[in-house]
Design a protein around this ligand. Structure first.
Ligand SMILES: [Zn+2]
Length: 391
């Protein structure tokens, strides 16, 4: 049976232990020690990594009452080895996990909701609750969590006897009676949990909410605590500083400045569209009648404007009226029209040589072409709709 040092002291990062077993398995070794500070994982918390006798090791789970460690090299049974866990990673996880307990405890006592899911991800910690809570309720709870952190109350753990457990009110995902480990945040939470936690709430540092969403009748909350929360806030603060420089306003006024900028941008786009349409009208009015095909090239016209242009062009041309938007680099979208319903039957005849696709009904077709402007112009210089149609 491995003595679990993290139960009596969650802050042990270095220890010595005796190797009691070492078994090769799938290219690594399963090592059992007489005692360990490596948390093997569980309760939503990842296992610890570190060194055992100078060999890289990862907590790997449990075998009965033993903790398994996976090592990259074999260790000698009976040898006493120096061990260390990756303390920074462990402390990050304890900050998240203890922070989650305080949040869940507070939400449970305020609204009776149960924590039904807990996952520590790379970017955030996800906590699921059994009933819907509004963003305002969650923000209020987060502020209470931070007050609990400032109060720096003790976080303790115990293994109550079954009869003591019966008398205890605590949060639990499982209905166990034996060896139930109870983690208590004084005044805020009592919960069954197997993982190592901070010793006092002050170590959590801070807790922030990153967002929430509906989830099967409940709510999914994204949070961060401790160093990870601080680093997230600092990254966001840097973004705010950059935006504040761009707009030349104090950081507190960036949202208002961005909203003002968006409104003026929208007005400019509106003006731009109006001007572009005016220009198009001028271009169209400068076109003259032709017995052949009539082409119009524009850089960026929406399809609706291409259609309007073609509706005007068909009054001038006996052949095909074709309006293109785009460039040789991006290709062209097109609308084509004629004074005959035969046009749509000719779509393939036009698309294929110009590497295009599209079609339509009757006297109008729409689509896109990959051919260059020069190739398009050369094609329509020779193409005669009437002659082709009479075949
Ligand atoms: Zn827990």
């Amino acid at each position: 049976m491995t003595q679990r040092l993290y139960y009596s002291d969650s802050h042990i990062s270095e220890f010595t232990a005796t190797v009691t077993s070492c078994t090769p398995k799938n290219g690594v070794w399963e090592v059992i020690l007489d005692q360990t500070a490596f948390f093997p994982g569980g309760g939503g918390q990842e296992p610890d990594s570190g060194l055992i006798g100078g060999v890289a090791a990862k907590g790997a789970g449990e075998a009965g009452e033993d903790v398994l460690h996976l090592t990259e090299a074999p260790l000698s049974v009976g040898e006493t080895v120096k061990c260390s866990i990756d303390w920074n990673a462990r402390f990050d996880r304890m900050q998240q996990h203890s922070g989650e307990h305080i949040l869940s405890g507070i939400l449970h006592s305020l609204y009776g909701v149960e924590n039904v899911g807990f996952h520590m991800g790379e970017e955030d910690v996800v906590v699921d609750f059994s009933a819907w809570l509004t963003p305002e309720q969650l923000e209020d709870a987060a502020m209470r969590v931070n007050r609990a952190i400032w109060e720096n109350v003790p976080v303790t753990q115990s293994f109550p006897a079954p009869e003591e457990l019966d008398a205890l009110t605590y949060r639990s995902k499982l209905d166990l009676r034996e060896n139930v480990r109870i983690v208590t945040v004084e005044g805020y939470d009592t919960c069954a949990c197997c993982a190592p936690h901070v010793k006092r709430t002050g170590e959590v540092g801070l807790l922030i909410l990153l967002g929430s969403s509906k989830l099967r009748g409940g709510v999914r909350v994204h949070m961060l605590a401790g160093r990870l929360a601080l680093e997230k806030l600092l990254r966001r603060s840097e973004q705010t500083r950059l935006i504040s420089n761009l707009f030349s306003v104090p950081p507190e006024d960036t949202a208002a400045a961005a909203a003002k900028y968006a409104a003026s941008h929208e007005a400019l786009v509106y003006d731009h569209v109006a001007l572009r349409r005016k220009l198009l009208q001028e271009t169209l009015s400068s076109l003259t009648s032709t017995e052949g095909n009539l082409l119009l090239f524009e850089q960026a016209l929406p399809t609706a404007d291409l259609r309007d242009a073609v509706n005007h062009m068909v009054t001038l041309a006996n052949g095909i009226s074709a309006a293109f938007s785009g460039s040789d680099d991006t290709g062209y979208s097109y609308v084509m029209g004629a004074n005959t319903d035969l046009l749509s039957r000719k779509a393939k005849e036009i698309n294929v040589p110009l590497q295009g696709r599209g079609g339509g009904r009757g006297s109008r077709i729409e689509g896109s072409l990959k051919a260059s402007r020069e190739e398009i112009e050369a094609f329509f210089a020779d193409y005669r709709l009437d002659r082709e149609a009479n075949k």
